[in-house]
Design a protein around this ligand. Structure first.
Ligand SMILES: O=C(O)c1ccc(O)c(O)c1
Ligand SMILES: [Mg+2]
Length: 633
């Protein structure tokens, strides 16, 4: 199937749009009249420019307020159509999108509209053109794809067909299964868009909040399955009106669009067996098995602060790299790599962003398959020269230019630690070692600009078998931070994406200080937070101080055993509860750069991340990092 995108979906001038669209891998475009009118060249020149980018013009759109008019208004509508037919012939496209009328003087009636379309089809046929009819969700008389189909069916003209748009169908909560009844050869074009579920006026929602399939809450996959089941094999096109995308980068928006389309078509062929979507086979979404390691980029001068904090968290240095200035710190199943090399990727990450997490190792079922899927979805593979005896671990670029390595349980990859590191036990020079009962990485919190959240959520959920939880608002004293959790079934991999809109928030300050989106916090799991808290106190861990008011409020909100409450208060441990269980959180003090660690215990099936505690945790962090408050400019 031809993969297409409407020019309105991508920011920039027409040339910038086309370059980004072509580079992302699309076959064609929907030329939006606005984008065409704004351009300086003649229609023929613009058509040639589009084709010079290797793109087909799949459709010209929109043609508005055509059907249901009478008298001079009707004559005028046909005249307007003829002018646009001229234009289409000069541009070099044979299909026009007519969206259902919103004109106040349009008269309803399926047969009246069908007559109009039969005549329009006749006129189009004389020029070898075709007309497609789309029901806008807010159309005056036609606002349901079933009615638009009935108009097309009764028009009964080979040059008149139906146009489907997932937004108009799903946004009005129409059952997409009804599409299965339409003959595939009567569908001329299919537009796709997703949207977040927000109660608001349909037109406003459509024109400002659409997003790429998979980025929102609509079941675009069910819609597309129904379309494919009709036998339709024409173009599939993204038609995204989104304020945020309009201010984004053309390359990013186009790349995300293509990624979403590949991901969607791959889902459709798996869930609707027997349909041919015209994509080369790719591995299914990858099951992530956990976080195999995180790697800090730092320097010899700064690494001491970091490793002291690791030791105070109960980590022990267990190995040194055979040839590089790289240490391995471990506790439970957690591996932390501390890299103080003075060349290579980690060093450049350190130089640009300061001490921070530059690399995440994800455990996967099959690393080669992960690379294949990531590549097909437009991810950028990462390579750096490997020294003698070093393992070339497959990797791609992730958030903020960081690296994501993939480790499966093949001997080659899983054996990297034994092969490349000399165990400290053999040298007798280990540091740390006061185990505090941390078992694994519960989650990583990535901080990014709010504008990037949809993009990275799509990145993760298209490559891996992960699901998004609803977005939550976190109140920082100086602004809002939005948080979105992405999780593997059973919680094998959990990530939170935290989107900051202003640099005055704790997250926003981290972004500004490190010039980067990156992991800001690492949350470790333990089995017994009270025991861990006691052990940590014994090895010199300094928790984030939580105000006494917080514990008084806990006592008021929950029926907590007074003994437990006293232990929480003494240990600076935060508490939350949901229908499935309980949650305990203990925070480290942040580094001057804003990085921090969290220790959690999940009891029962508690599914969240302690969002109700976040405002108090953030206020406490800000008190430490900037005791005099953050300047208001
Ligand atoms: O918002 C609109 O007017 C509009 C125009 C054309 C479309 O295809 C559409 O889905 C919406
Ligand atoms: Mg549309």
């Amino acid at each position: 199937m031809r993969r297409s995108i409407a020019t309105v979906s991508v920011p920039g001038n027409l040339r910038e749009k086309l370059e980004a669209i072509a580079a992302a891998g699309f076959d064609g475009i929907e030329i939006f009249e606005q984008d065409f009118i704004a351009e300086a060249g003649s229609p023929a020149e613009i058509g040639a420019m589009i084709r010079d980018h290797g793109l087909g013009i799949e459709i010209f759109q929109p043609f508005r307020d055509f059907e249901g008019l009478v008298g001079a208004r009707r004559v005028k509508a046909f005249d307007r159509a003829e002018r646009k037919f001229d234009l289409m012939q000069q541009l070099g496209t044979d299909l026009v999108l007519v969206c259902s009328s919103v004109a106040s003087d349009a008269i309803g009636g399926i047969d009246r509209a069908a007559d109009d379309f039969r005549e329009l089809g006749e006129r189009a046929a004389k020029r070898g053109l075709r007309v497609g009819y789309e029901a806008l969700a807010w159309g005056r008389h036609v606002n349901d794809h079933r009615d638009a189909w009935e108009v097309v069916r009764r028009a009964d003209h080979p040059n008149v067909g139906l146009i489907l748009d997932s937004f108009h169908t799903l946004g009005r909560k129409l059952d997409p299964e009804t599409i299965r009844r339409v003959p595939g050869d009567r569908i001329f074009f299919v537009q796709l868009a997703d949207a977040p579920l927000i109660e608001m006026d349909l037109l406003y929602w459509s024109r400002h909040f659409r997003n790429m399939p998979g980025e929102g809450d609509l079941d675009v996959t069910a819609f597309m399955r129904a379309v494919m089941a009709t036998g339709y094999r024409g173009p599939v096109s993204l038609e995204i009106f989104n304020d945020q995308f309009r201010g984004g980068r053309p390359e990013t928006v186009a790349r995300d669009g293509h990624r979403s389309l590949v991901h969607l078509l791959d889902r459709v062929r798996r869930e609707e067996p027997g349909v041919e979507v015209g994509l080369p086979p790719i591995p299914d979404r990858i099951a992530a098995t956990g976080i195999e390691f995180i790697e800090f980029a730092t320097s010899a001068a700064e690494s001491g602060d970091l490793t002291r904090q690791l030791a105070a968290l109960g980590f022990a240095r267990t190995g040194r790299h055979r040839t590089k200035s790289v240490e391995l710190w471990q506790q439970g199943k957690i591996r932390i790599v501390v890299n103080t090399e003075t060349s290579g990727f980690a060093h450049s990450a350190y130089v640009t962003h300061g001490t921070g997490i530059c690399d995440i190792g994800i455990g996967v079922s099959d690393a080669a398959a992960t690379m294949e899927r990531a590549r097909a979805l437009g991810a950028n593979p990462f390579h750096q020269p490997v020294g003698p005896g070093e393992t070339d671990i497959p990797a791609i670029r992730g958030v903020g230019g960081s690296v994501m390595h993939f480790i499966d349980d093949s001997a080659d990859l899983a054996g990297v630690w034994e092969r490349e590191f000399v165990a400290e036990a053999d040298t007798g020079s280990g540091a740390g070692g006061g185990d505090a009962g941390l078992t694994r990485i519960d989650h990583l919190g990535e901080t990014m600009a709010y504008d990037e959240m949809l993009s990275w959520a799509l990145f993760y959920t298209s490559i891996f078998d992960l699901v998004k939880s609803p977005m939550v608002d976190v109140a920082d004293p100086d602004g809002l931070v939005r948080s979105q959790a992405i999780e593997a079934p059973e919680g094998a991999l959990r990530l939170t994406l935290n989107g900051a809109e202003t640099h005055r928030t704790f997250a926003g300050r981290f972004l500004a200080d490190s010039f980067n989106s990156a992991v800001q916090h690492t949350a470790f799991a333990c089995d017994d937070i009270l025991a861990t808290s006691t052990a940590l106190t014994g090895i010199g861990f300094a928790p984030l101080p939580i105000p006494s008011n917080y514990y008084d409020d806990l006592a008021a909100r929950f029926d907590l055993d007074p003994g437990l409450l006293a232990r929480l208060r003494a240990g600076q441990i935060m508490y939350d509860r949901d229908a499935g269980g309980e949650f305990f959180q203990l925070y480290s003090q942040p580094t001057p750069g804003g990085l921090f660690f969290e220790i959690v215990e999940r009891r029962g099936t508690y599914a969240g991340y302690g969002a109700p505690n976040a405002p108090f945790r953030i206020a406490a962090q800000k008190r430490l990092v900037r005791p005099k408050g953050i300047p208001k400019s």
